[in-house]
Structures are given as structure tokens and as C-alpha cells.
Write a protein that binds this ligand. Structure first.
Ligand SMILES: Cc1cc2nc3c(=O)[nH]c(=O)nc-3n(C[C@H](O)[C@H](O)[C@H](O)COP(=O)(O)OP(=O)(O)OC[C@H]3O[C@@H](n4cnc5c(N)ncnc54)[C@H](O)[C@@H]3O)c2cc1C
Length: 288
């Protein structure tokens, strides 16, 4: 990036950020800058010559909890989540505590973690499993992401439909439904506290009702993003404890769905083997 030609703006509030997005073409957003400066996996800026820093926006740092959901401003730091008194949603909290080190977590934001491309970073799988939604805002009212829902300037997008922040938009909030889970498992593959092509996050959630499996969620994200509701539904409703045979059948099914959804050759095969082991291990918590 040539600093002579670079336009660097600092927004103090959301209207100011929207104004810059409206008036400056091809603007890239930065928050804590720990992703864009991270040599192990740099989050490249789409337009490195025009940068908008959103880290000063006060609304961005707010965490709002209601009975049914918890909403994180995109600029909430990983330390803020780590220090939440209730330490939940558990899988998200567990994931955050494994990221980098305390110094980095003090400035790195959850928004930056979710928006990093092309790798899905450590909080992606927990948020995907928890059915998180992203609140995206655009500088102009004419832009839209989803043809079926003609837009205003705000778009609420399930994380399952999110690929990258569209040009002209920025992430303002992440909405996470609050649900109780009987089993909540978060695991990481690859090196500890850093990112490599072998890094992936795994989440398993399950709920039991009267000896039946009432709900199950499974997400595995790294250089890919995997969650399949059809796979999850195929075991929901099973009687508990699960027989070993069902563990075996479901694990094989999970591998087959993974192969169908994640293109071979785009990831290190070690990740597939780790995924299969993790699924088997998690399901065994539901056996005798
Ligand atoms: C030593 C070290 C270890 C690390 N280990 C890990 C790890 O274990 N796991 C992990 O997940 N990460 C790790 N990281 C990477 C990084 O710290 C995190 O991913 C962090 O959450 C990024 O947040 P940030 O605020 O610094 O994002 P930034 O670097 O500011 O931005 C990252 C990307 O997100 C985009 N972006 C940021 N905010 C918004 C927004 N509001 N709207 C639209 N786009 C936005 C930017 O354009 C950029 O592309 C590590 C970094 C370092 C330096």
C-alpha cells in the first residue's frame, strides 16, 4: 500500500461510517487490525488504498443481552467476550479463549474474526452452530444483497448464508440466540493460539428431552465451512442412550455429507480424518 495515495478515515459513529461508505468508492473496513497484520494468515483488504477504521465507534463495542439473545457489536473485543461474567454462549466463550494471546485479544474484534477472508476463523463454527445472524449496513439505500428481500440499508443475514461482506456494506452487530444445551463441545485442530491451513474449529451441541435427542448441531469450519441441517435432522428424535451402531452409522453419514459439501483438494485430508474422530467422540457422550 502506498501511504501517499491511501485514504484513511476514522469513523466516530455509525452515521459517519455510513457517510464515508457512501462518498468514498471502494472502501475497506478495519477494526483491531490484528487480522490484516497477521503474517500467518493475513486478512487482505479488498481495497488497500481506501481504509475506514471503525474501532472508535462506541456503539460497536456494546454487548446487549435480552432473555432470548445476546447481541455483540462488531467492535466488541475478544477480551470483552472472555470477561463476560456468565461465560456464555459456552462454545463461543471457549473458542474466544483459544485465540492468539491476551494482548491480541484486547484489540482483536469479533467482527474482524467473522469477516476475515477466505479462512473461517475460530469463532465462525461456534456462531454457525448457534444460528447467529449478522446485521450489515450499507452506505446507500439502493444496494441490496438478497434479491428476494429488496433492501433498505440494513440487512440481517443468517451466518449460514454469509460468504463475505459485500462491497459498500459493513458489519455492525452479531445476534446470537440464547439457548441452553445439555452438551456443548468446542475443539480446535491445528496449532494452538494461532492460525495455519490445519486450523479448524469444531462445535457439537445437543439437547435431550425425556430420553430422546431433541436437537443436535454440528459445525466444522476452517478453510471451508461445514454445517448440514439434513445430516443433523437424520439423528434428531433418536432414543437415548444411542447404541454404538447408531454412532457408527451417523459418523459414516457425517463423512459422506462432508465429502459432498466440501470440495476435495481444497483442504488438507488430515482435517477430514480429524472431523470424523471428533464426530465419533462427541456422539459417544450420548451413549451408555
Ligand atoms: C499472534 C496472532 C495470533 C492469532 N491467532 C488467531 C487464532 O488463534 N484464531 C483466530 O481466529 N484468529 C487469530 N488471529 C487473527 C486475528 O487476531 C483475529 O482473527 C481477530 O479477531 C481479527 O479481528 P480484528 O478486529 O483485528 O480485525 P481486522 O484485522 O481489523 O480485520 C480483519 C478483516 O475483517 C474485515 N472487517 C473487520 N471489521 C469489519 C466490519 N465491522 N465490517 C466489515 N468488515 C470488517 C477487515 O476488512 C479485514 O478483512 C491471530 C492474530 C495474531 C496477530
Amino acid at each position: 500500500m502506498s501511504t501517499e495515495s491511501a485514504t484513511i478515515k476514522y469513523a466516530e459513529d455509525i452515521p459517519e461510517a455510513l457517510y464515508h461508505l457512501r462518498t468514498i468508492e471502494n472502501l475497506s473496513i478495519t477494526a483491531g487490525c490484528t487480522g490484516v497484520n497477521y503474517s500467518a494468515c493475513p486478512a487482505f483488504l479488498s481495497y488497500p488504498d481506501s481504509i475506514l477504521s471503525v474501532r472508535r465507534i462506541v456503539e460497536f463495542k456494546q454487548i446487549i443481552k435480552t432473555e432470548r439473545s445476546i447481541e455483540f457489536g462488531a467492535g466488541v473485543t475478544l477480551s470483552q467476550i472472555e470477561n463476560l461474567p456468565q461465560k456464555f454462549p459456552k462454545v463461543l466463550h471457549d473458542a474466544v479463549c483459544t485465540i492468539a494471546n491476551r494482548q491480541v485479544r484486547n484489540i482483536a474484534t469479533i467482527g474482524g474474526n467473522v469477516c476475515t477472508q477466505p479462512m473461517k476463523m475460530t469463532t465462525f463454527a461456534p456462531l454457525l452452530a448457534l444460528n447467529a445472524k449478522l446485521v450489515l449496513r450499507a452506505g446507500t439505500e439502493r444496494m441490496h444483497i438478497d434479491k428476494h428481500h429488496p433492501s433498505t440499508e440494513t440487512q440481517i443475514l443468517p451466518l449460514s448464508q454469509f460468504d463475505a461482506v459485500p462491497a459498500g456494506y459493513f458489519l455492525t452487530r452479531i445476534r446470537v440466540p440464547l439457548e441452553e444445551w445439555d452438551v456443548s463441545i468446542f475443539k480446535r485442530t491445528g496449532p494452538k493460539n494461532e492460525i495455519s491451513p490445519l486450523s479448524a474449529s469444531y462445535v457439537f451441541l445437543s439437547n435431550t428431552q425425556k430420553n430422546f435427542l431433541a436437537d443436535l448441531r454440528l459445525a466444522f469450519c476452517g478453510v471451508f465451512s461445514f454445517r448440514n441441517r439434513e445430516l443433523e435432522n437424520s439423528i434428531i428424535g433418536s432414543k437415548l442412550p444411542l447404541p454404538q451402531k447408531s454412532v457408527q452409522t451417523f459418523t459414516e453419514k457425517a463423512a459422506a455429507y462432508f465429502d459432498e459439501d466440501v470440495k476435495e483438494g481444497t483442504y488438507n485430508p488430515v482435517l477430514r480424518a480429524q472431523f470424523i474422530n471428533l464426530v465419533k467422540e462427541s456422539l459417544e457422550t450420548l451413549t451408555d
